[in-house]
Ligand binder design. Structure first.
Ligand code: NI
Length: 158
């Protein structure tokens, strides 16, 4: 496993829409292993492929301490509620703010072998999954709040 460089806010790659994963091959496995290693090294709780510069719809989320879920080609099928809580992002080091997110989310996705599964999450994990899915669409948490928009303005980054 290798630690990859994290793409930081201001780099146009973060704003691109990631493409679906179509090959469930060895290189996908290597990408996911590297994403997980990079996330652990940088002390994150979620990471998307675009954050290591790969525009594919792949995510890794820490669902409980030391337990990691690989989420490929996710689709949100249901959300419930709304709750505000603090978020950060490996691509925006040092900035945190409260962001509204669904309290519950249900997704369908594929694993690294292409097998489809359903996953339900609440609260903190639901927040994490929604944050990472936003990354796949070029959306960052700083786009979603006034504080975040101020941060972008102050730093002259988009
Ligand atoms: Ni992020």
């Amino acid at each position: 496993m290798a630690i990859r460089n994290i793409v930081i806010l201001g780099n146009a790659t973060l704003r691109k829409k990631s493409k679906p994963v179509t090959s469930f091959d060895q290189s996908l496995g290597i990408l996911l292993d590297d994403m997980k290693a990079t996330m652990i090294e940088k002390k994150g709780v979620g990471i998307s492929a675009v954050q290591v510069g790969v525009l594919r719809r792949a995510i890794v989320v820490e669902t409980e301490p030391g337990k990691y879920l690989e989420i490929i080609n996710p689709e949100i099928v249901k959300t419930k509620g709304k709750v505000k809580d603090t978020e950060g992002c490996l691509s925006i080091p040092g900035f945190y703010c409260d962001v509204p997110r669904p309290r519950y989310v249900k997704i369908t996705a594929q694993d690294r072998h292409g097998k489809t599964f359903e996953f339900e999450a609440e609260d903190y994990i639901a927040r994490c999954v929604c944050h990472e899915i936003d990354h796949l669409n070029g959306v960052l948490f700083v786009d979603l709040t006034e504080e975040g928009r101020e941060y972008k303005k102050e730093h002259g980054v988009e």
